[in-house]
Design a binder for this molecule. Sequence first.
Ligand SMILES: [Zn+2]
Length: 137
Amino acid sequence: MQRPDLDTLACVNTDCQHYGHPGQGNLTIRKVYGKDDIRLLRCGSCQDEFSERRNTALFNTKVSEAKAEAIIDHLDEGCSIRATSRLTKAAKATVARLLKTTGRHAQRFHDQEVHDLRPRAIQFDEQWSFVKKTEEL
Ligand SMILES: [Zn+2]
């Protein structure tokens, strides 16, 4: 899978002067690990080391990025957890966990990027889905 350019990534240490500012030239690759060649990065400013997946929806998951993308695509199209599990050959617990973590990540991204809006009209689209599971997975 194509890795993002280092210039598009930023230090994740909130105490660092380069926190959240990509393209500062402060990041270097310490090592590459895992099936997806995930990079362990070091910030030259604060010396903190962190996975390039830190603060992403896929942090601390062993699912390959290709499979995670397939799972998220199926859920996005309205497939149930069971159907997504069958179609992607992933465990139901894995699908449910990715649904929860990607939902939280999307909420944080929304809260970070969308503010101070003054809409004059709002149109809601219909979305039907289960909001609570009826039995254990
Ligand atoms: Zn830093």
